[in-house]
Design a protein around this ligand. Sequence first.
Ligand code: NAP
Length: 303
Amino acid sequence: MENIVIIGSGIAGLTAAIYNARAGLKPLVVSGKDEGGQLMLTTAVENFPCFPEGINGPEMISKARGQAKKFGARFADGNVSKVEKKGNGFAVETEDGKVEGKAVIIATGASAKTLGMESEKKYWARGVHTCAVCDGYFYNGKEVVVVGGGDSAMEESLFLAKHATKVTIIHRRDKFRASKIMQDRVKANTKIKILWNSTVEDVLGDGKKVTSVKIKNVKNNGSSKMKTDAVFLAIGHIPNTKFLGNLVELDKQGFIKATNTHTNVPGIFAAGDCVDKIYRQAVMAAGDGCRAAIEAEKYLETS
Ligand code: NAP
């Protein structure tokens, strides 16, 4: 039986692996189908301490993976389909078979929801983004669009307004779902305009970068085009926790409920974006991975 099975190979899982491996526990990391997590989809990460010139998301993941391997972490491919309690530990089922661990760290992250258009994929990270704190800086002095009407859309818009000359929120209804305080801040910001009852039908560009969006007014079906340098999608995230079934307690959106990385099941820890729906930052996920590793280590010593 393994000491610790870490599910997920984003920055949370890899940080946990570095800590557990350095403690001599030889953790097994089950990488998942989207190996490396959301950082694999970003270009320059400019807000992770120690990289003043920025670092590419995939390069960061590759370095963290190498660092974990150097200390003795091992990696298995494949997606986890099920985790269940077995004796004093847990059975983790993948497409390739079963592994067993005395403790499990879940670091499966979350995926940003997208609108499902081909053009989103075409201009992904070249004008289509899902994180203003990560990529907003690139739009200094430019015009951007934010899609959504929840707290994330408000937060993203307020952040983007510090950089962009104009931010247009495009929302499908005539009311925001966001908290009143966030709505008030948005409405008080003169750089932010709101386009109600509208959806983005297509993202248009010159082949290299985004230049405009095609908009539909859902009330009168009217169609229009708006010039923009970027589209930030803020329509929610889906935590990658479906495979857990009822094993650990989840909130109504599927995020894992954890206190100091402990789930409600002793021996199962959770870290990163599968828990955190507020900050969703690489540095937070890394910190959480460290915490889960230390808590799992303590659990092994005392159980
Ligand atoms: P959310 O509350 O689920 O809001 C998603 C928004 O996107 C909604 O306005 C929704 O429209 C819209 N949307 C969803 N699918 C869409 C589609 N296919 N096309 C167009 N629009 C679409 O998600 P969130 O804003 O990411 O927030 C998630 C949770 O984190 C919430 O509980 C939120 O309060 C919390 N949060 C808190 C803070 C904070 O306190 N500072 C910051 C960020 C997030 P409808 O309104 O029409 O459904």
